[in-house]
Design a protein around this ligand. Structure first.
Ligand code: ADP
Length: 327
């Protein structure tokens, strides 16, 4: 979908160019005939399929991170539980599109559940009455199966996920995306842009090595005209449960997420502390919000949710499907 194919020659004019398939750089390129015929510049029919499939989803939010391990899946699951707990009449879905490390079935306590495929598509698994999940984790033979997918297969799976899950009516769909600006990350974002997105929540930790990648991620969003709803700084502080001393496990040597947000002019939604009980709950598939409703992490999360809900409700029209720009 990008105008420059993956295996393009060095001076590829791009699939949208009038010279596509005809420039001297195209000689010998395996895509030359497709480009010359104009086929490569036609929009992928999956975009329309995905748009129709997700037309009953009011707010679609991507959860992004620059790199793995910063807590993107944890934050996605917390946001999902938190949104669903706000209103029993509201339906919330989580799509675990992190196809190389699908952790939502474990974190949400539904490992080993079966997904059913009917005439209307794949049915997601219900975590609670109003929180549903679809994850590639459900399609693996065993939870320990290594998922080593090659590029085209990954993209095919993402397409299938986005176009074949029967979500029914949803108020919120949270998409746990593959980390970074990898190829599958790019295709997930581009397919979803066509279906209309409220925006992205970007998760980071405070240290510079994480922020470095997050800056790139925010620039990636800007390039695709994808609204950044805001940044969540995860594992920002550790408060000792015994002596209450506050320590910075990941020191914010460059000012942390707050400095980065003001530099890049994006909102900081809030900071979540590092809490070993939260990690334990995620490992055991228990709902941390229900177990420790007054913990600092849950209080911070509720504040973050207030902001996300306010932005989404203020801009109900923001989910208009946009044209899909090339990255
Ligand atoms: P990612 O999806 O970005 O790869 P995960 O959500 O899988 O990251 O989190 C990585 C690990 O860090 C997990 O073991 C998770 O339980 C733990 N973790 C994430 N956020 C916190 C937190 N705020 N406090 C304690 N542990 C956390």
């Amino acid at each position: 979908m990008s105008s420059i194919p993956e295996n393009a020659p060095q001076h590829c004019p791009g699939t949208q160019s009038e010279d596509a398939g005809k420039a001297s750089a195209c000689a010998g390129c395996p895509n030359q005939n497709i480009c010359a015929s104009g086929e490569a510049s036609r929009p992928d029919p999956a975009i329309e399929l995905i748009k129709n499939r997700l037309s009953n989803v009011k707010h679609k939010i991507l959860i992004l991170s620059g790199k793995g391990g910063v807590g993107k899946s944890t934050v996605t699951s917390l946001l999902g539980h938190g949104l669903a707990a706000r209103n029993a009449n509201m339906n919330v879905g989580i799509l675990d599109a992190d196809i190389c490390g699908p952790s939502q079935p474990r974190v949400l306590g539904v490992r080993g559940e079966q997904v059913h495929n009917s005439g209307s598509g794949w049915s997601p698994v219900y975590v609670t009455d109003n929180l549903s999940l679809m994850s590639i984790g459900f399609l693996l033979g065993s939870p320990d199966d290594a998922v080593i997918w090659r590029g085209p297969k990954k993209n095919g799976m993402i397409k299938q996920f986005l176009s074949e899950v029967d979500w029914g009516q949803l108020d919120y769909l949270l998409v746990d995306t593959p980390p970074g600006t990898s190829d599958e990350h790019l295709s997930a974002v581009q397919y979803l842009l066509g279906a209309g997105l409220s925006g992205a929540v970007v998760v980071t930790t405070p240290q510079e090595v994480a922020l470095l990648d997050v800056r790139k991620e925010i620039q990636f969003c800007n390039k695709l005209h994808l609204t950044v709803l805001g940044v969540v700084e995860n594992m920002s502080l550790f408060v000792c449960p015994n002596c209450k001393t506050r320590s910075e496990i990941f020191p914010a040597t460059t000012g942390g997420a707050s400095q980065m947000c003001s530099d890049l002019d994006v909102p900081l939604l809030g900071s979540l502390p590092l809490d070993p009980l939260l990690a334990r709950c995620c490992d055991d598939g228990r709902d941390f919000l229900q177990e420790l409703p007054n913990s600092p992490a849950v209080l911070a999360l509720n504040d973050i949710l207030d902001k996300i809900v306010a932005i989404c409700e203020k801009n109900p029209g923001s989910d208009n499907a946009s044209s899909v720009p090339s990255a």
